[in-house]
Ligand binder design. Structure first.
Ligand code: HDE
Length: 713
């Protein structure tokens, strides 16, 4: 058998590879962004970045090579086992995946900075809050819970809001959600909750959805879920974007001062973009039209220089007030109404840098509620305690060993010195041979830090616990119905209707009559009105009132639709035009873009300034739609082979039906007539661009005109 050398390999052997390389002056040494010559930032992530420009390809162990052809016997012959280049490439590919997160698999992340408003040492010893204007790098990952890694962003779900602060005294993770409460009170029930909402084990249906029997079977058999369920069935379950939602730590934590004194606290991230939500049908359409809607939105906002911001606030409560408000502050199914404890703003976070590599950063980041720093401590919330175990355990399974904290995205920005050693893929080369404590061979180092020495972490000295060993929860956790009622009472009538409609949608997917009845029984404990309205859609009799937990209290701050957005920057406006006449569309685009809006001109073909064709456009893409003069021609007649029949009409009709501001210029008002869109609040008809702009922008602030949605009688 005659084996011919590879052309590329032969060139390398002959030393002529350099000449064959298309780049000038290639370097054999991988460039890292952290190199002094190529410094773009600081920290482990920056230092780990690889730059492939102007270099030769190499194998994983270095040495230039090419990898486009495998080594074979003759041009038509079989491949050789000897081909280490082929084997390494395929082998690496075969092992590219790590297990996706068992929950919160679908997500997107970004880098940013936290800035403290003041020296908060009167509240906590946490160093990142220790000085005015002190900045701390952060990485945030937003997520849905139930869907798998490839599921659609706009599935109705609780949303993860996990923040890592790389403080100068270690990593602090606030692994929270966009809803301030959780489904269960004891971590031992978490696998049951998750099994019930995940797809059915026989056919893996449905993906990222709770509208099925097992989920509602669990919800209605485990009434602690009711409160979170109410939040998820409201606009909080379908946010307009990650940028338009708040974040919550959910559990009660503790602030600990240097002197050891403590307060109970609740973490809040308040969006500076304003809270906003999609409507359900729109979210469903988006699941097919653009499964990446939320991650795209976050990415684009950051790329356009409009990175989102949140204010970090805490509710602060004295230690002896844990039971003072009619519920137990260690019960994670309860939120602390602002009327009892106002929000104290501590600082703000801005996300301004997209990841360079999704896998290395967003996928490999390993949040843990147990990542706390000096000045922060836990409460006795039994759900939190389960999480302190589970997150470390899950990282071991995802990363295959204990050294995942050494990955660039996980490395703290403060030094790491301890006696943890070895393990799979250890990257440190420890010099200390006395890797035990106490030792004398290394002069006792690393030394022990504590409350008074070395600014060490310390457990709040005042915490104590005693009692018999029991498998029970406290009776102070028993009331599952008053707070969902408080939440429901505090929504506007339109939001209440959205919630009812969401429940109708979900419950009408149920096949089991027993589950339907159980659902009505639980809803009826919260509100006979809710139970009755859901029962109508199911064709069932309304139950008689079950008033033990009924009340008329309300709380502030939970409604999404009751106030205009503080900013409309980065919202998306579609200008429906015709390729034949784009002058007015361009004028409008210029005027709206001045105010930071992202404007897309829609036309039949991508000519002369059209940004998107009618074939690709639909109302989900835009927060508001304007029809430019002349485009009315596309709303009637035979349609066009360039887009699906009726598409221009459909965009306007959907925008209107989903509550968005709609505008028409000049002759385009006939387009609204063709689309049967009445001139009601939020529909703006003007002849001139300058007359429309201000009014339309006000409409965008209102965001959704909820009076377009019918209410129950
Ligand atoms: Fe999680 N949760 N969780 N969770 N959770 C995970 O950790 C778990 C809970 C939350 O973007 C997992 O790394 C248990 C509450 C977020 O990487 C896992 C219990 C809250 C994220 C896990 C809860 C959350 C997770 C899966 C009940 C809001 C995504 C992969 C005791 C306060 C973080 C992973 C990211 C992820 C367990 C309940 C938020 C399995 C056992 C309550 C935002 O460890």
């Amino acid at each position: 058998m005659h084996i011919k050398p590879l052309v590329w390999g032969a060139a390398l052997l002959a030393g002529t590879a350099q000449a064959a390389c298309p780049f000038a002056d290639p370097s054999y040494i991988a460039k890292r962004d952290g190199d002094a010559s190529n410094q773009q930032g600081s920290g482990p992530v920056e230092r780990a970045k690889l730059d492939d420009s102007n270099v030769y390809m190499s194998s994983d162990v270095g040495g230039p090579m090419g990898d486009q052809f495998s080594l074979r016997v003759g041009r038509r012959g079989p491949t050789l086992l000897e081909d280490f280049i082929f084997r390494q490439k395929l082998q690496h590919f075969d092992h590219e995946r790590i297990p996706e997160r068992v929950v919160h698999a679908r997500g997107a992340g970004a880098h940013g900075t936290f800035t403290s408003y003041a020296d908060w040492s009167n509240l906590t010893a946490a160093s990142f809050l220790g000085a005015k204007d002190k900045t701390t790098p952060v990485f945030v990952r937003f997520s849905t819970v139930a869907g798998s890694k490839g599921s659609a962003d706009t599935a109705r779900d609780v949303h993860g809001f996990a923040v890592r602060l790389y403080t100068d005294e270690g990593n602090l993770d606030i692994v929270g959600n966009n809803i301030p409460v959780f489904f269960i009170q004891d971590a031992i029930r978490f696998p049951d909750l998750v099994h019930s909402v995940k797809p059915s084990p026989d056919n893996e249906i449905p993906q990222g959805a709770t509208a099925h029997d097992s989920a509602w079977d669990f919800f209605s058999s485990q009434p602690s879920t009711m409160h979170t369920l109410f939040w998820a069935m409201s606009g909080n379950g379908i946010p307009r974007s990650y940028r338009h939602m708040d974040g919550f730590g959910v559990h009660t934590f503790r602030f600990v001062k240097d002197d050891g004194s403590t307060k109970l606290i609740k973490w809040h991230w308040k969006t500076r973009q304003g809270k906003a939500s999609l409507v359900w049908e729109e979210a469903q359409v988006l699941s097919g039209k653009n499964a990446d809607f939320h991650r795209q939105d976050l990415w684009d906002a950051i790329e356009s220089g409009n990175g989102p911001e949140w204010e970090l606030a805490v509710q602060v409560v004295d230690e002896d007030k844990a039971l003072a408000y009619g519920f137990d502050l260690t019960d994670p199914t309860k939120f602390l109404p602002e009327e009892f404890a106002p929000l104290v703003p501590l600082g703000f976070m801005k996300l301004d840098r997209n990841p360079t590599n999704y896998f290395a950063e967003t996928e490999q980041i390993s949040f843990q509620p147990g990542h706390v720093v000096r000045g922060i401590d836990f409460s006795d919330d039994p759900l939190l305690h389960g999480r302190l175990y589970s997150y470390l355990d899950t990282q071991l399974s995802r990363h295959g060993g204990p050294n995942f904290e050494q990955l660039p995205i996980n490395q703290p920005h403060s030094p790491v010195h301890n006696n943890n050693r070895d393990g799979r893929n250890q990257i440190f080369i420890h010099k200390n041979i006395a890797h035990y404590t106490p030792n004398t061979l290394n002069n006792g180092y690393p030394a022990q830090a504590n409350q008074t020495v070395g600014r060490g972490f310390f457990t709040a000295p005042g915490r104590s616990a005693s009692g018999n060993l029991v498998r029970e929860l406290s009776h102070t956790f028993d009331d599952h119905w008053s707070q969902p009622r408080l939440f429901f009472n505090s929504l506007s009538p339109a939001e209440q209707q959205f919630l009812i409609n969401a429940m109708r949608f979900e419950a009408s997917h149920l096949k089991s009559e027993q589950v339907k009845q159980n659902v009505l029984t639980q809803l009826n404990r919260i509100s006979n009105d809710v139970a009755r309205r859901v029962a109508i859609a199911l064709g069932l009799d309304a139950p008689a009132p079950d008033p033990t937990f009924y009340h008329d209290n309300k709380t502030a701050g939970v409604s999404i639709f009751d106030h205009p957005l503080p900013t409309i920057k980065t919202l998306r406006v579609g200008v429906l035009s015709t390729t034949k006449n784009l002058d007015q569309a361009k004028q409008l685009k210029e005027a709206l873009a001045k105010d930071g809006l992202a404007v897309t001109i829609v036309g039949e073909t991508l000519t002369g300034g059209v940004d998107q064709t009618y074939s690709a456009a639909d109302a989900t893409v835009f927060d508001g739609v304007v029809v430019a003069d002349g485009a009315e021609a596309l709303f009637s007649g035979k349609g066009s082979p360039l887009f699906p029949t009726g598409r221009p009409n459909q965009i306007v009709v959907d925008a209107y039906r989903w509550g968005k501001p709609v505008g028409a210029l000049g002759g385009a008002k006939t387009a609204l007539e063709s689309a049967d869109v009445p001139v009601t609040p939020g529909v703006f008809v003007e002849d001139r661009v300058d007359a429309l702009v201000g009014k339309f922008e006000e409409g965008l602030k209102t965001f959704r005109f909820v009076d377009r949605f019918p209410l129950d009688e």
